[in-house]
Ligand binder design. Structure first.
Ligand code: AGP
Length: 611
């Protein structure tokens, strides 16, 4: 996905749009650009690489006055990351500039038609088609917004876009379909951005534009209509968090800050959702009566990446506590394999960003099959949150680090609450229910305790920062934790890592093991401990370097591990909330020690809004 910004007001636009862009860099960072209307001319600057390269290319601010501007940071979809393909894209007359987030499905036939009409293209992007389309309609339409409206009627695909023109120097026009866009309302100034983090420094008053809406902004105000010119009554929301939520503070990286936020974010996930009176929980956002919840015969959990790993943990816990069959599936597979969604099936899509294209498509497929679909998301007003029939916000706050950490533990917390809720409506006893909710509220303190091992974990990370491979093993509800630990390591340190069920290692991966292979084993005290211990001995016999995540007081594991990271004891089904913490820190420190860009790893973006 990409990040886009627009500004119109009384201040110089250039520094404002570039600063706002830096707040969106986590959305994509292979190239960036900005465009302002300066003395009636269009000034466009674009650079490959991170936004710091763009800042270096901006000439003397005194030469960049102008109070209307746009900017863009890119995660390349069509066309390699270079200056030509960076946004803003401009028209043939160099009077129009446009920035876009999304994919234009029918850009090829449109491009051919525009070339026949004499338009000259400079980039390999799908986006450039849009600016030439608007240019073509400006030959007949009298205002910018009508030219944009007519152009978008020909476009198939997804877009969040902003366009400016020297012919209409006091105007911004934005359109949304499938990619998020927000209008920030300041004091005699307005901001169009991809998400709140880029506006919060200026205003907490925002309007979440909806699909099919076009927003025209001038110095005197704004107007929102549908593409077929029906007026839209704007709903102004107040954002309930502040700038500190998107600052690193004393932390070196956002990822480390977000790892350390987890005691609070786990508490935020369950706050107000525990019902002591009946030893159960409450998830009002599901919009389902108790009777409807009781009728559920099957649950499907659909997600990508880390959110998928959270869902896999949810499967184990919901089946254990509620005895309801749970299917978990990658969204990209679910959406294309014609899934079977029987009656009385409740589908949950899990997505931190609420914008992941595959997960959104899976939601739409499940709804097409007639299912009720709930969203477990973190971003208020996100597409998935809006298109779900109900759902639960995880309240983790803005997660900037591309590698998801606090969102994962908050997602797992929500799934624990769901398991208790559904279980207590079935065979889970009040005593068991109380045991779970009582232990759940102890988890934040236990996470705090694990975080005190941060320096020890950094020292362990030093011992295998130059590894080329790593194997993560776990059993039962800690098997998905092994998957998540492996994903964390590979996506920020670029070391190949695999997660495996500990017992499955004998059926192949054991061939990989030698004295150079770090094997990280999640081995807390639980009913499967002895089995995991046996697996550990098999690994040890092959001279692997073993790091274990163990329950405090376990000295047996110390005897066969090179390093042991201890965690407090807890209920088996709650262990993932603790066992994942050392793995997050391990991945973070390995990547940091390798001198890599932990918050913005290569080739990745915070939310993948393309297929
Ligand atoms: C996790 O660290 C990755 N950034 C990635 O796997 C991510 O979890 C996945 O893209 C899903 O994102 P979502 O939760 O926003 O849908």
């Amino acid at each position: 996905m990409c990040g886009i910004v627009g500004y119109i007001g009384k201040r110089n636009a250039m520094p404002i749009v570039v600063e706002a862009l830096k707040r969106l860099e986590y959305r994509g960072y292979d190239s960036s650009g900005c465009g302002i209307i300066h003395d009636g001319e269009l000034l466009v600057i674009k650079k490959q690489g991170k936004i710091v390269e763009l800042e270096r290319a901006i000439p003397d601010p005194a030469k960049c006055t102008g109070v209307v501007g746009i900017a863009h940071t890119r995660w390349a979809t069509h066309g390699e990351p270079n200056e030509e393909n960076a946004h803003p894209q401009v028209d043939c007359t160099h009077k129009l500039a446009l920035v876009h987030n999304g994919i234009i499905e029918n850009y090829k036939p449109l491009k051919e038609k525009l070339i026949q009409l004499g338009h000259e293209f400079k980039s390999q992007t799908d986006t450039e088609v849009l600016v030439h389309l608007v240019e073509e309609f400006l030959k007949t339409e009298v205002c910018l917004e009508d030219a944009v409206r007519e152009a978008m009627k020909l476009v198939e695909g997804t877009y969040g876009l902003v366009v400016i023109s020297t012919r209409f120097p006091d105007k911004l026009v934005a359109v949304r379909k499938g990619s998020p866009l927000i209008l920030g309302i300041g004091n005699e100034e307005y901001f169009i951005t991809s998400d709140v983090s880029a506006t919060i420094i200026h205003t907490n008053k925002v309007i979440y534009l909806q699909d099919g809406e076009i927003c025209t902004v001038t110095h005197n105000g704004f107007d929102i209509t549908t593409l077929d010119k029906r007026n839209v009554k704007p709903v102004i929301s107040t954002v309930d968090w502040d700038i500190s939520a998107i600052e690193k503070g004393e932390f070196k990286h956002f990822m480390l800050k977000e790892i350390f936020e987890q005691p609070i974010t786990i508490e935020n996930a369950y706050r107000g959702r525990i019902n002591e009176q009946i030893s159960s929980t409450r998830l009002g956002g599901l919009n389902l009566s108790n009777n409807e919840l009781r009728r559920i015969k099957k649950i499907q959990l659909v997600a990508c990446g880390t959110s998928y790993h959270a869902g896999l943990i949810g499967k184990y816990i919901i089946e254990d506590l509620a005895r309801i069959p749970v299917e978990i599936e990658y969204a990209s597979e679910y959406r294309y394999r014609n899934p079977i969604v029987p009656e009385d099936t409740l589908v949950f899509v899990i997505s931190q960003s609420g914008e992941t294209a595959d997960t959104l498509a899976a939601l739409r497929e499940a709804k097409a099959k007639g299912a009720m679909v709930m969203g477990i998301t973190n971003v208020v007003g996100s597409t998935i949150a809006r298109e779900s029939d109900g759902g639960t916000y995880i309240h983790a706050g803005s997660e900037i680090g591309v590698a998801s950490t606090k969102a994962f533990t908050s997602q797992v917390t929500i799934l624990v609450l769901l398991a208790i809720l559904l279980g207590r409506m079935r065979n889970l006893s009040p005593i068991k229910g109380l045991e779970y909710i009582s232990e759940l509220v102890n988890i934040p303190t236990k996470v705090e305790k694990i975080l005190t091992h941060n320096e020890t974990i950094r020292q362990i990370a030093q011992t295998f920062m130059n590894a080329t491979n790593a194997l993560y093993l776990g059993r039962g509800v800690n098997f998905p934790v092994a998957l998540e630990g492996a994903l964390k390591l590979k996506e920020i340190s670029y070391i190949h890592a695999e997660g495996y069920p500990a017992a499955e290692m004998k059926h192949g991966p054991i061939a990989l093991i030698d004295a150079n292979m770090p094997v990280i084993v999640v081995a807390p005290k639980d009913p499967l401990y002895d089995k995991v211990f046996s697996n550990l001995e098999e690994v040890r016999a092959r001279k692997a370097r073993i790091i274990t995540i163990a329950t405090e007081g376990d000295i047996q594991l110390k005897s066969i591990s090179e390093n042991v990271i201890y965690i407090p004891d807890t209920l088996t089904n709650l262990q993932p909330l603790l066992t994942v913490i050392p793995l997050q820190l391990l991945a973070y420190h390995v990547a940091d020690l390798r001198g890599l860009d932990v918050d913005q790893p290569r080739n990745l973006a915070k939310s993948v809004t393309v297929e």
